[in-house]
Structures are given as structure tokens and as C-alpha cells.
Design a protein around this ligand. Structure first.
Ligand code: GLA
Length: 380
């Protein structure tokens, strides 16, 4: 993305130069809705990011912020809630830092980005991580990347109202060019897994639909998982999160948990196993098995976790018909993208066929993004 216009905007608004920071969106190869259950995920940061230009403005607590993509300005103090929805992310990050005992003073900023909104590519985590990284660096607050990821997540919980897991902010902060991150979301131990699927490409197809109420539905999924875990815990006290449970343990409480919670928990326990299987296959370069697991994830997300939608299911079906190796809904769901592992030679014909079929049925063109795995949050 071109930085000059953002930097020039900063200068024209505030009459001085600022410092530029960035943090990216992410993809996730497999392991969906496992993070808040203490399971594993396999994300990577991408070449689409949020950017901010920022500078202290000498006031004790006035924030002046300009959202370039929306041509909107907001100004707020660190103890008055911003008017704009996007202001809450900046406000939240600052306040989470203050909560952790640090001093944040006033600043001016301009931000913009090319992570599509509502596409399941974590534009909000990118924004939180971008500001987290920038403010930390600008005021020398001494947070490490773990803490910055947790600050972003806490911003979602406490200022946005989404009880998300840690995957998105972690990927945005820890991303590494050419590698996926196999993250244990309970211990936060992680490993970089070089990702270079020779002969294949990863491509995202954006349905361009974002469904209303996605965040309340998301929080409801999380509650279902916590409910199921609490029933299992009665018989198996060691089960803190679904990560610790087996399908047999879940079966034992089948008559106690609601049918809906049961289905949700079953998906999660299966998905944690699927990720392990996919990682084993990845090590051997067995992309056929990785792809098979992706399709299984889609079925689980669609039928048991119920976070897919007609548009996503349609694109998944087309992928299957075209012989694409793996395809599934990516991220929280309820709209956004499918992620597709596709053989090089099939790439163009698949994109063409999927785009035409989708446009014919839904009267919108899906957007296509070839995935490039890049570095995480940094100063530019
Ligand atoms: C959203 C959340 C993540 C994760 C995914 C689903 O992206 O922010 O924490 O739960 O959904 O895997």
C-alpha cells in the first residue's frame, strides 16, 4: 500500500511529520474456533495490513485521530468514550495499556489500510496491533509482543464486545514472512512452520457478505463451549477447557447438555484433532490430506458449528466440483472468505468458474486474493 498519502495527510492535518507503523491481517489454514477453547491454530500474517502515522501532541490525554478510508475525524480524551466505532479500538488499546500500569499521553494520528473489512481477515486485530505496537514504541512502554496481542484481545472483549480468542492479534503481532504459526492458545507456546506448498497456491474468495449480529452469534458459540466444558468437568475435574476433553467424555454428558451445545463442542474437539492431523500431513508435504481436512472443517463449521452461510457453502461446493484440493470458510464465519488450497494448474480455471457462478447466483462478484505470508507488526 502507498504510504505517502497517509503521511501527507498527517502533515496537512497536524502541521508536522509523524512516524509510520503497520500491522497485518491474517489467514488461518486450519483450526477454527479452537483458540478460545485452549486449542491450536495455524495462522499466518498476510500482505494486507493497517497503517498508522502517529506522533505525541504534548497534551496529557487528547487523541486526535483521522480514519483516512472513511474520511472521518474523531477527537477524544482517554476517559471519554469516542463517538466513532473505530475510535473504540484506539481508545481501548490505550486504556488497556493504562490498566497495566503504563502512562499514555495525548497523540495525533492518521490511519488507513487494505485489509478488507468483515472478510474474516482480521482487520480489527490489525488495527489494534498497529496502534498497540505504535504507542508502545512511541512512549517506550516496554510491552513485549505477547502483551501487545493480549492488549488487542482485551480491547475486543472490553470495548468492542467480542469475546474473541487470541489467534488474530497473535498472528498480527508475531507473523513471519513465509511461515505459518502453530500456536497453542492455552500456553501461548508457538512454533513457526515454513509454508511453501510447492505446486499449490492458497487463494481467498471473498463472498462480500458480512452478516449482521455476527459478534453476538460468536459470543454465543463461546458460551456453548464453556457450558459443555462445565458439564464434562463435573466428572472430569481436569477438564478446564474443551481442549482437555475427548469425544468419549462429551458422550458421557450427552443427556445433560443441550443438543446445540453438544454439537458445538463436538465440532471443537474434532477440529483440534484435525489441526494435529493437518500439521502431521504438512510435515510430510502431503497436501492432499491437508486439503481433505480443510473440507472436513468446512462441513463441521457449516453443520455443527453453524457459522457458515449460503454464499460460503456455495463457494465451497464450487471448489469441490472444480477439484480444488482443500476449501473451507475461514475465520469467525457468517460471511467473509473461503480459503482454498488449489493446484497451480487449476488456479485460473477455478477462479474463473467460481467467480462466474457466484456472480450469476448472488449478483455480486466475489473478490479474489492470492495469499502472501508476510511479517507481523513493525515500524516502517
Ligand atoms: C475470529 C476471532 C478469533 C477466532 C476466529 C475463529 O477471527 O477473533 O479469535 O476465534 O474467529 O477461529
Amino acid at each position: 500500500m502507498e504510504l505517502k498519502p497517509i503521511q501527507e495527510k498527517f502533515k496537512s492535518l497536524y502541521g508536522t511529520d509523524g512516524v509510520t507503523y503497520t500491522s497485518p491481517g491474517r489467514i488461518n489454514l486450519i483450526g477454527e474456533h479452537t483458540d478460545y477453547n485452549g486449542g491450536f491454530v495455524l495462522p499466518g500474517a498476510i500482505d494486507k495490513a493497517m497503517y498508522c502515522v502517529i506522533k505525541p501532541n504534548g497534551t496529557p490525554d487528547r487523541i486526535r485521530a483521522y480514519a483516512m478510508d472513511l474520511s472521518e475525524m474523531d477527537e477524544f480524551g482517554l476517559d471519554d468514550i469516542p463517538i466513532k466505532q473505530w475510535g473504540k479500538y484506539i481508545f481501548g488499546v490505550c486504556n488497556e495499556m493504562i490498566k497495566r500500569g503504563k502512562k499514555v499521553e495525548g497523540f495525533d494520528c492518521v490511519f488507513a489500510g487494505d485489509v478488507p473489512l468483515g472478510a474474516g481477515m482480521s482487520s480489527s486485530a490489525a488495527l489494534e496491533s498497529c496502534f498497540g505496537f505504535a504507542i508502545n514504541d512511541m512512549y517506550n512502554l516496554g510491552f513485549d509482543r505477547f502483551e501487545l496481542a493480549l492488549i488487542g484481545q482485551a480491547t475486543e472483549h472490553n470495548y468492542v464486545g467480542v469475546k474473541c480468542g487470541i489467534m488474530d492479534q497473535f498472528a498480527s503481532c508475531f507473523g513471519k514472512e513465509g511461515s505459518l504459526i502453530r500456536l497453542d492458545c492455552r500456553s501461548l507456546e508457538y512454533e513457526y512452520v515454513p509454508f511453501n506448498p510447492v505446486g499449490y497456491r492458497l487463494v481467498l474468495l471473498n463472498t462480500c457478505v458480512a452478516h449482521e449480529l455476527a459478534s453476538s452469534a460468536y459470543n454465543k458459540r463461546r458460551e456453548s463451549c464453556e457450558n459443555a466444558a462445565s458439564y464434562i468437568r463435573k466428572y472430569h475435574p481436569e477438564v478446564e477447557l474443551l481442549r482437555d476433553a475427548t469425544l468419549d467424555m462429551l458422550k458421557e454428558v450427552a443427556n445433560e447438555v443441550s443438543a446445540e451445545d453438544y454439537m458445538r463442542a463436538e465440532f471443537v474437539i474434532e477440529e483440534i484433532q484435525r489441526l494435529q492431523d493437518a500439521c502431521e500431513a504438512l510435515k510430510k508435504g502431503d497436501y492432499e490430506t491437508v486439503g481433505k481436512k480443510m473440507y472436513e472443517t468446512h462441513i463441521g463449521l457449516s453443520r455443527k458449528y453453524e457459522v457458515s452461510c449460503e454464499e460460503l457453502d456455495f463457494l465451497n461446493d464450487v471448489a469441490r466440483q472444480c477439484g480444488v484440493t482443500g476449501s473451507r470458510v475461514m475465520g469467525g464465519g457468517f460471511g467473509g472468505c473461503t480459503i482454498n488450497l488449489v493446484k497451480n494448474e487449476l488456479h485460473d480455471s477455478f477462479i474463473k468458474r467460481a467467480s462466474e457462478a457466484y456472480e450469476q447466483k448472488f449478483k455480486i462478484k466475489p473478490k479474489v486474493y492470492d495469499v502472501v505470508i508476510k511479517d507481523g507488526a513493525r515500524k516502517l
